[in-house]
Design a protein around this ligand. Structure first.
Ligand SMILES: NC(=O)c1ccc[n+]([C@@H]2O[C@H](COP(=O)([O-])OP(=O)(O)OC[C@H]3O[C@@H](n4cnc5c(N)ncnc54)[C@H](OP(=O)(O)O)[C@@H]3O)[C@@H](O)[C@H]2O)c1
Length: 400
Protein backbone atom coordinates (compact mmCIF):
# COMPACT_ATOMS: atom_id res chain seq x y z
CA UNK A 1 0.00 0.00 0.00
CA UNK A 2 2.87 2.28 0.79
CA UNK A 3 4.33 1.35 -2.52
CA UNK A 4 2.97 4.01 -4.82
CA UNK A 5 3.58 6.82 -2.42
CA UNK A 6 7.00 5.62 -1.41
CA UNK A 7 8.11 4.90 -4.96
CA UNK A 8 6.96 8.37 -5.83
CA UNK A 9 8.82 9.75 -2.83
CA UNK A 10 11.99 7.90 -3.80
CA UNK A 11 11.78 9.05 -7.37
CA UNK A 12 11.20 12.51 -6.09
CA UNK A 13 14.11 12.37 -3.65
CA UNK A 14 16.37 11.03 -6.39
CA UNK A 15 15.27 13.94 -8.55
CA UNK A 16 16.09 16.22 -5.65
CA UNK A 17 19.62 14.84 -5.52
CA UNK A 18 20.23 16.00 -9.06
CA UNK A 19 18.15 19.14 -8.67
CA UNK A 20 19.56 22.61 -8.05
CA UNK A 21 20.45 23.23 -4.37
CA UNK A 22 17.63 25.68 -3.78
CA UNK A 23 15.06 23.02 -4.71
CA UNK A 24 16.82 20.45 -2.53
CA UNK A 25 16.49 22.80 0.39
CA UNK A 26 12.79 23.20 -0.26
CA UNK A 27 12.24 19.43 -0.23
CA UNK A 28 14.42 18.89 2.83
CA UNK A 29 12.65 21.70 4.64
CA UNK A 30 9.28 20.16 3.84
CA UNK A 31 10.28 16.81 5.33
CA UNK A 32 12.08 18.43 8.22
CA UNK A 33 8.98 20.44 9.03
CA UNK A 34 7.26 17.13 9.76
CA UNK A 35 9.80 16.41 12.51
CA UNK A 36 8.98 17.09 16.12
CA UNK A 37 11.09 19.58 18.01
CA UNK A 38 12.67 16.98 20.34
CA UNK A 39 14.01 15.14 17.34
CA UNK A 40 15.52 18.25 15.87
CA UNK A 41 17.27 18.87 19.17
CA UNK A 42 18.77 15.36 19.08
CA UNK A 43 20.67 16.07 15.85
CA UNK A 44 24.36 15.16 16.49
CA UNK A 45 26.38 18.19 17.49
CA UNK A 46 30.14 18.57 17.70
CA UNK A 47 30.53 19.59 21.29
CA UNK A 48 34.29 19.73 21.19
CA UNK A 49 36.71 19.59 18.37
CA UNK A 50 40.45 19.35 18.21
CA UNK A 51 42.20 18.45 14.99
CA UNK A 52 41.39 14.86 14.05
CA UNK A 53 39.27 14.15 17.11
CA UNK A 54 35.72 15.08 17.94
CA UNK A 55 33.50 14.55 20.90
CA UNK A 56 30.13 14.17 19.30
CA UNK A 57 26.77 14.36 21.02
CA UNK A 58 24.86 11.32 19.76
CA UNK A 59 21.33 11.85 20.97
CA UNK A 60 22.48 13.02 24.39
CA UNK A 61 25.49 10.69 24.85
CA UNK A 62 28.91 12.17 24.19
CA UNK A 63 31.29 9.87 22.32
CA UNK A 64 34.77 10.25 20.88
CA UNK A 65 35.21 9.99 17.13
CA UNK A 66 38.50 10.26 15.23
CA UNK A 67 38.71 11.41 11.65
CA UNK A 68 41.20 10.78 8.94
CA UNK A 69 41.99 14.49 8.39
CA UNK A 70 44.63 14.31 11.10
CA UNK A 71 46.48 11.56 9.23
CA UNK A 72 47.34 12.73 5.72
CA UNK A 73 49.31 10.27 3.61
CA UNK A 74 52.72 11.88 4.23
CA UNK A 75 52.21 11.66 7.95
CA UNK A 76 51.19 7.99 7.69
CA UNK A 77 54.23 7.19 5.59
CA UNK A 78 56.47 8.88 8.13
CA UNK A 79 54.73 7.26 11.10
CA UNK A 80 55.11 3.73 9.70
CA UNK A 81 58.46 4.27 7.98
CA UNK A 82 60.21 1.65 10.13
CA UNK A 83 57.36 -0.84 10.10
CA UNK A 84 56.52 -3.88 8.05
CA UNK A 85 52.80 -4.57 8.17
CA UNK A 86 52.34 -8.34 7.96
CA UNK A 87 48.74 -8.92 7.03
CA UNK A 88 47.87 -12.57 7.48
CA UNK A 89 44.74 -13.98 5.85
CA UNK A 90 43.38 -12.73 2.56
CA UNK A 91 39.62 -13.07 2.77
CA UNK A 92 37.24 -10.16 2.35
CA UNK A 93 39.03 -7.89 4.86
CA UNK A 94 42.54 -8.98 3.90
CA UNK A 95 41.79 -8.06 0.31
CA UNK A 96 40.25 -4.64 1.09
CA UNK A 97 42.64 -3.55 3.83
CA UNK A 98 45.72 -4.98 2.12
CA UNK A 99 45.12 -3.23 -1.20
CA UNK A 100 44.32 0.06 0.53
CA UNK A 101 47.54 -0.12 2.56
CA UNK A 102 49.49 -0.89 -0.60
CA UNK A 103 47.88 2.01 -2.49
CA UNK A 104 48.70 4.28 0.46
CA UNK A 105 52.35 3.39 -0.12
CA UNK A 106 52.94 1.54 3.15
CA UNK A 107 55.28 -1.39 3.48
CA UNK A 108 52.72 -4.21 3.58
CA UNK A 109 53.22 -7.92 3.00
CA UNK A 110 50.64 -10.70 2.86
CA UNK A 111 50.89 -14.03 4.69
CA UNK A 112 48.64 -16.93 3.64
CA UNK A 113 48.98 -20.69 3.33
CA UNK A 114 50.51 -21.70 0.04
CA UNK A 115 48.01 -24.37 -0.92
CA UNK A 116 44.92 -22.26 -0.20
CA UNK A 117 42.50 -20.26 -2.29
CA UNK A 118 43.82 -17.00 -0.84
CA UNK A 119 47.30 -17.57 -2.24
CA UNK A 120 45.85 -17.62 -5.75
CA UNK A 121 43.60 -14.65 -5.12
CA UNK A 122 46.47 -12.59 -3.69
CA UNK A 123 48.53 -13.27 -6.80
CA UNK A 124 45.61 -12.22 -8.97
CA UNK A 125 45.64 -8.92 -7.06
CA UNK A 126 49.29 -8.39 -7.90
CA UNK A 127 51.00 -9.61 -4.73
CA UNK A 128 54.27 -11.26 -5.73
CA UNK A 129 55.58 -14.44 -4.05
CA UNK A 130 58.91 -13.78 -2.33
CA UNK A 131 58.48 -10.01 -2.61
CA UNK A 132 55.32 -9.14 -0.71
CA UNK A 133 53.52 -12.51 -0.57
CA UNK A 134 54.73 -15.19 1.85
CA UNK A 135 53.43 -18.09 3.83
CA UNK A 136 52.02 -17.18 7.22
CA UNK A 137 55.13 -17.90 9.32
CA UNK A 138 57.50 -16.09 7.02
CA UNK A 139 55.26 -13.03 6.93
CA UNK A 140 54.99 -12.93 10.73
CA UNK A 141 58.76 -13.27 10.99
CA UNK A 142 59.25 -10.20 8.78
CA UNK A 143 56.45 -8.12 10.31
CA UNK A 144 56.57 -5.56 13.09
CA UNK A 145 52.78 -5.12 13.06
CA UNK A 146 50.92 -8.41 12.67
CA UNK A 147 47.45 -7.88 11.26
CA UNK A 148 45.56 -11.06 12.02
CA UNK A 149 42.85 -11.27 9.37
CA UNK A 150 42.50 -15.03 9.29
CA UNK A 151 38.97 -16.31 9.76
CA UNK A 152 37.98 -16.17 13.43
CA UNK A 153 38.06 -19.98 13.68
CA UNK A 154 41.53 -20.08 12.09
CA UNK A 155 42.80 -17.41 14.50
CA UNK A 156 42.08 -19.92 17.23
CA UNK A 157 43.36 -23.10 15.55
CA UNK A 158 46.62 -21.46 14.43
CA UNK A 159 47.22 -19.63 17.73
CA UNK A 160 49.51 -22.21 19.39
CA UNK A 161 51.77 -21.86 16.37
CA UNK A 162 51.50 -18.07 16.00
CA UNK A 163 51.80 -16.98 19.63
CA UNK A 164 55.52 -17.81 20.09
CA UNK A 165 56.31 -15.66 17.04
CA UNK A 166 54.73 -12.55 18.59
CA UNK A 167 57.85 -11.33 20.29
CA UNK A 168 58.33 -8.17 22.35
CA UNK A 169 58.18 -5.01 20.27
CA UNK A 170 55.67 -6.36 17.76
CA UNK A 171 52.07 -5.15 17.63
CA UNK A 172 49.08 -7.44 17.20
CA UNK A 173 46.11 -6.08 15.24
CA UNK A 174 42.64 -7.57 14.85
CA UNK A 175 39.50 -6.52 12.98
CA UNK A 176 37.21 -8.22 15.48
CA UNK A 177 37.31 -8.53 19.26
CA UNK A 178 36.30 -12.20 18.94
CA UNK A 179 39.58 -14.04 19.59
CA UNK A 180 40.95 -12.24 22.68
CA UNK A 181 37.56 -11.50 24.28
CA UNK A 182 36.43 -15.13 24.15
CA UNK A 183 39.87 -16.43 25.04
CA UNK A 184 38.47 -19.22 27.23
CA UNK A 185 37.04 -20.74 24.08
CA UNK A 186 39.48 -19.54 21.43
CA UNK A 187 42.62 -19.97 23.58
CA UNK A 188 43.92 -16.70 22.12
CA UNK A 189 45.71 -15.44 25.22
CA UNK A 190 47.82 -12.55 23.96
CA UNK A 191 51.42 -12.19 25.22
CA UNK A 192 51.54 -9.49 27.90
CA UNK A 193 54.48 -7.57 26.41
CA UNK A 194 52.96 -6.41 23.10
CA UNK A 195 50.40 -3.79 22.07
CA UNK A 196 47.09 -5.32 21.00
CA UNK A 197 44.76 -3.13 18.97
CA UNK A 198 41.63 -3.34 16.85
CA UNK A 199 40.22 -1.61 13.80
CA UNK A 200 36.93 -3.15 12.76
CA UNK A 201 35.45 -1.72 9.57
CA UNK A 202 31.67 -1.63 9.78
CA UNK A 203 31.12 -3.24 6.44
CA UNK A 204 32.43 -5.92 4.14
CA UNK A 205 36.02 -5.81 2.93
CA UNK A 206 34.69 -5.20 -0.57
CA UNK A 207 33.08 -1.98 0.69
CA UNK A 208 36.32 -1.01 2.46
CA UNK A 209 38.00 -1.18 -0.94
CA UNK A 210 35.25 0.45 -3.00
CA UNK A 211 34.87 3.44 -0.69
CA UNK A 212 38.65 3.94 -0.62
CA UNK A 213 38.78 3.94 -4.42
CA UNK A 214 35.99 6.50 -4.49
CA UNK A 215 38.02 8.73 -2.18
CA UNK A 216 35.62 8.11 0.68
CA UNK A 217 36.19 6.19 3.90
CA UNK A 218 34.31 3.49 5.77
CA UNK A 219 33.21 3.92 9.39
CA UNK A 220 35.24 1.71 11.72
CA UNK A 221 35.40 0.86 15.39
CA UNK A 222 38.76 1.37 17.06
CA UNK A 223 39.89 -0.11 20.37
CA UNK A 224 42.89 -1.00 22.50
CA UNK A 225 43.10 -4.32 24.34
CA UNK A 226 46.59 -3.89 25.71
CA UNK A 227 48.83 -0.83 25.73
CA UNK A 228 52.45 -1.63 26.54
CA UNK A 229 54.17 1.21 24.70
CA UNK A 230 51.76 4.01 25.59
CA UNK A 231 51.27 4.48 21.85
CA UNK A 232 48.70 1.76 21.20
CA UNK A 233 45.73 4.04 20.63
CA UNK A 234 47.61 6.40 18.36
CA UNK A 235 48.89 3.43 16.34
CA UNK A 236 45.38 1.98 16.06
CA UNK A 237 43.97 5.27 14.77
CA UNK A 238 46.79 5.69 12.26
CA UNK A 239 46.32 2.11 11.03
CA UNK A 240 42.58 2.63 10.87
CA UNK A 241 43.08 5.58 8.53
CA UNK A 242 45.72 3.68 6.53
CA UNK A 243 43.35 0.75 5.85
CA UNK A 244 40.67 3.12 4.56
CA UNK A 245 38.55 4.38 7.46
CA UNK A 246 36.91 7.79 7.29
CA UNK A 247 35.67 8.03 10.87
CA UNK A 248 36.81 5.83 13.74
CA UNK A 249 34.46 5.31 16.66
CA UNK A 250 36.19 4.58 19.93
CA UNK A 251 35.04 1.42 21.72
CA UNK A 252 36.39 -1.59 23.61
CA UNK A 253 37.12 -5.10 22.33
CA UNK A 254 34.20 -6.46 24.39
CA UNK A 255 31.67 -3.90 23.18
CA UNK A 256 32.79 -4.34 19.58
CA UNK A 257 32.42 -8.11 19.56
CA UNK A 258 29.14 -8.19 21.50
CA UNK A 259 27.47 -5.59 19.30
CA UNK A 260 28.86 -7.08 16.10
CA UNK A 261 27.75 -10.67 16.75
CA UNK A 262 24.41 -9.43 18.03
CA UNK A 263 23.76 -7.06 15.12
CA UNK A 264 24.58 -9.51 12.34
CA UNK A 265 22.37 -12.17 13.89
CA UNK A 266 19.62 -9.58 14.35
CA UNK A 267 18.55 -6.64 12.17
CA UNK A 268 21.54 -6.72 9.84
CA UNK A 269 21.11 -10.24 8.51
CA UNK A 270 19.45 -13.08 10.45
CA UNK A 271 16.54 -11.14 11.90
CA UNK A 272 15.68 -9.42 8.66
CA UNK A 273 15.83 -12.68 6.72
CA UNK A 274 13.51 -14.26 9.30
CA UNK A 275 11.05 -11.34 9.01
CA UNK A 276 11.07 -11.55 5.22
CA UNK A 277 10.38 -15.30 5.32
CA UNK A 278 7.58 -15.02 7.89
CA UNK A 279 5.80 -12.22 6.04
CA UNK A 280 6.20 -13.90 2.65
CA UNK A 281 4.93 -17.26 3.87
CA UNK A 282 1.77 -15.76 5.35
CA UNK A 283 1.04 -13.91 2.12
CA UNK A 284 1.49 -17.11 0.13
CA UNK A 285 -0.67 -19.11 2.56
CA UNK A 286 -3.37 -16.45 2.14
CA UNK A 287 -3.40 -16.91 -1.61
CA UNK A 288 -1.16 -14.13 -2.87
CA UNK A 289 1.03 -14.80 -5.88
CA UNK A 290 4.82 -15.13 -5.52
CA UNK A 291 5.44 -11.82 -7.31
CA UNK A 292 2.95 -9.94 -5.13
CA UNK A 293 4.32 -11.53 -1.95
CA UNK A 294 7.89 -10.71 -2.96
CA UNK A 295 7.13 -7.15 -4.03
CA UNK A 296 5.31 -6.38 -0.77
CA UNK A 297 8.01 -7.98 1.36
CA UNK A 298 11.44 -7.42 -0.17
CA UNK A 299 11.44 -5.42 -3.38
CA UNK A 300 9.61 -2.39 -2.04
CA UNK A 301 11.66 -2.54 1.15
CA UNK A 302 15.09 -2.64 -0.45
CA UNK A 303 14.34 -0.52 -3.50
CA UNK A 304 12.09 2.14 -2.09
CA UNK A 305 11.67 2.38 1.68
CA UNK A 306 14.99 1.34 3.25
CA UNK A 307 16.99 3.78 1.12
CA UNK A 308 14.78 6.55 2.51
CA UNK A 309 15.59 5.45 6.08
CA UNK A 310 19.26 5.40 5.12
CA UNK A 311 19.12 8.87 3.63
CA UNK A 312 17.33 10.72 6.39
CA UNK A 313 15.94 8.46 9.08
CA UNK A 314 12.73 6.66 10.00
CA UNK A 315 10.60 9.81 10.32
CA UNK A 316 11.60 10.77 6.79
CA UNK A 317 10.40 7.41 5.49
CA UNK A 318 7.09 7.67 7.34
CA UNK A 319 6.67 11.22 6.07
CA UNK A 320 7.13 10.00 2.50
CA UNK A 321 4.31 7.42 2.76
CA UNK A 322 0.54 7.66 2.65
CA UNK A 323 -1.48 8.55 5.76
CA UNK A 324 -2.95 5.04 5.70
CA UNK A 325 0.45 3.34 5.51
CA UNK A 326 1.90 5.60 8.17
CA UNK A 327 -0.95 5.01 10.66
CA UNK A 328 -0.79 1.22 10.46
CA UNK A 329 2.99 1.02 10.40
CA UNK A 330 3.44 3.15 13.50
CA UNK A 331 0.77 1.16 15.36
CA UNK A 332 2.26 -2.21 14.41
CA UNK A 333 5.87 -1.18 15.07
CA UNK A 334 5.02 -1.15 18.79
CA UNK A 335 3.59 -4.69 18.58
CA UNK A 336 6.63 -5.96 16.72
CA UNK A 337 8.99 -4.37 19.22
CA UNK A 338 7.10 -5.80 22.16
CA UNK A 339 7.11 -9.30 20.67
CA UNK A 340 10.65 -9.25 19.37
CA UNK A 341 12.43 -7.68 22.32
CA UNK A 342 12.53 -10.89 24.39
CA UNK A 343 14.10 -12.64 21.41
CA UNK A 344 16.73 -9.91 21.16
CA UNK A 345 17.43 -10.27 24.90
CA UNK A 346 17.91 -14.00 24.37
CA UNK A 347 20.21 -13.31 21.45
CA UNK A 348 22.35 -10.84 23.42
CA UNK A 349 22.66 -13.38 26.23
CA UNK A 350 23.67 -16.06 23.76
CA UNK A 351 26.41 -13.75 22.48
CA UNK A 352 27.62 -12.68 25.91
CA UNK A 353 27.81 -16.17 27.34
CA UNK A 354 29.90 -17.36 24.40
CA UNK A 355 27.28 -19.71 23.00
CA UNK A 356 27.44 -17.97 19.61
CA UNK A 357 31.23 -18.10 19.71
CA UNK A 358 31.14 -21.83 20.34
CA UNK A 359 28.81 -22.34 17.41
CA UNK A 360 30.92 -20.16 15.08
CA UNK A 361 34.11 -21.95 16.10
CA UNK A 362 32.69 -25.42 15.64
CA UNK A 363 31.31 -24.52 12.24
CA UNK A 364 34.39 -22.59 11.08
CA UNK A 365 36.78 -25.36 12.15
CA UNK A 366 35.12 -27.99 9.98
CA UNK A 367 37.44 -29.01 7.17
CA UNK A 368 34.42 -28.92 4.82
CA UNK A 369 33.11 -25.52 6.01
CA UNK A 370 33.27 -23.96 2.54
CA UNK A 371 31.25 -26.84 1.01
CA UNK A 372 28.81 -26.87 3.95
CA UNK A 373 28.23 -23.15 3.52
CA UNK A 374 27.74 -23.51 -0.22
CA UNK A 375 25.11 -26.17 0.45
CA UNK A 376 23.22 -23.76 2.71
CA UNK A 377 23.45 -21.01 0.10
CA UNK A 378 22.07 -23.42 -2.46
CA UNK A 379 19.10 -24.09 -0.19
CA UNK A 380 18.47 -20.35 0.25
CA UNK A 381 18.79 -19.76 -3.49
CA UNK A 382 16.25 -22.53 -4.04
CA UNK A 383 13.61 -21.03 -1.72
CA UNK A 384 10.55 -19.82 -3.54
CA UNK A 385 10.90 -16.29 -2.17
CA UNK A 386 14.39 -15.84 -3.57
CA UNK A 387 13.54 -17.51 -6.87
CA UNK A 388 10.62 -15.10 -7.17
CA UNK A 389 13.06 -12.31 -6.31
CA UNK A 390 15.30 -13.25 -9.19
CA UNK A 391 12.39 -12.93 -11.60
CA UNK A 392 11.27 -9.61 -10.07
CA UNK A 393 14.81 -8.18 -10.32
CA UNK A 394 14.95 -9.09 -13.99
CA UNK A 395 11.98 -6.77 -14.53
CA UNK A 396 13.57 -3.74 -12.91
CA UNK A 397 13.76 -0.84 -15.35
CA UNK A 398 17.56 -0.84 -15.30
CA UNK A 399 17.58 -4.52 -16.34
CA UNK A 400 15.42 -3.96 -19.38
N1 LIG B 1 34.09 -10.08 6.19
C1 LIG B 1 33.68 -9.02 6.82
O1 LIG B 1 32.77 -8.34 6.32
C2 LIG B 1 34.31 -8.53 8.10
C3 LIG B 1 33.98 -7.25 8.57
C4 LIG B 1 34.62 -6.76 9.70
C5 LIG B 1 35.54 -7.58 10.36
N2 LIG B 1 35.82 -8.83 9.92
C6 LIG B 1 36.82 -9.64 10.64
O2 LIG B 1 37.99 -9.69 9.84
C7 LIG B 1 38.67 -10.94 10.06
C8 LIG B 1 38.85 -11.64 8.72
O3 LIG B 1 37.57 -11.94 8.19
P1 LIG B 1 37.35 -12.15 6.61
O4 LIG B 1 35.87 -12.22 6.40
O5 LIG B 1 38.15 -11.17 5.84
O6 LIG B 1 38.04 -13.54 6.34
P2 LIG B 1 37.45 -15.01 6.35
O7 LIG B 1 36.76 -15.24 5.05
O8 LIG B 1 36.70 -15.29 7.59
O9 LIG B 1 38.85 -15.78 6.42
C9 LIG B 1 39.55 -16.05 5.30
C10 LIG B 1 41.04 -16.23 5.50
O10 LIG B 1 41.34 -17.19 6.55
C11 LIG B 1 42.24 -18.15 5.99
N3 LIG B 1 42.14 -19.42 6.70
C12 LIG B 1 41.02 -20.10 7.03
N4 LIG B 1 41.36 -21.23 7.70
C13 LIG B 1 42.71 -21.23 7.79
C14 LIG B 1 43.66 -22.09 8.39
N5 LIG B 1 43.28 -23.18 9.07
N6 LIG B 1 44.98 -21.77 8.28
C15 LIG B 1 45.38 -20.66 7.63
N7 LIG B 1 44.53 -19.80 7.06
C16 LIG B 1 43.21 -20.07 7.14
C17 LIG B 1 41.78 -18.27 4.55
O11 LIG B 1 42.82 -18.81 3.79
P3 LIG B 1 42.56 -19.91 2.64
O12 LIG B 1 42.03 -19.19 1.46
O13 LIG B 1 43.90 -20.48 2.45
O14 LIG B 1 41.54 -20.88 3.19
C18 LIG B 1 41.54 -16.80 4.21
O15 LIG B 1 42.73 -16.13 3.86
C19 LIG B 1 37.80 -11.72 11.04
O16 LIG B 1 38.27 -11.47 12.34
C20 LIG B 1 36.43 -11.11 10.85
O17 LIG B 1 35.58 -11.25 11.97
C21 LIG B 1 35.24 -9.31 8.79
Amino acid sequence: MASKNASRALRSSLRQLSAPRIQQRTFAAAVSAARPAWQKAATPAFVQQSRGMKTVDFAGDKEVVYERDDWPRDKLLDYFKNDTLALIGYGSQGHGQGLNLRDNGLNVIIGVRKDGQSWKEAQQDGWVPGKNLFDVDEAIGKGTIIMNLLSDAAQSSTWPHIKPQLTKGKTLYFSHGFSPVFKDQTNVDVPNDIDVILVAPKGSGRTVRTLFREGRGINSSVAVFQDVTGKAEEKAIALGVAVGSGYLYKTTFEKEVYSDLYGERGCLMGGIHGMFLAQYEVLRERGHSPSEAFNETVEEATQSLYPLIGQNGMDYMYAACSTTARRGAIDWSARFKENLKPLFQELYESVKTGKETQRAMEYGSRSDYRQAFEKELEEIRGMEIWRAGKAVRSLRPENN
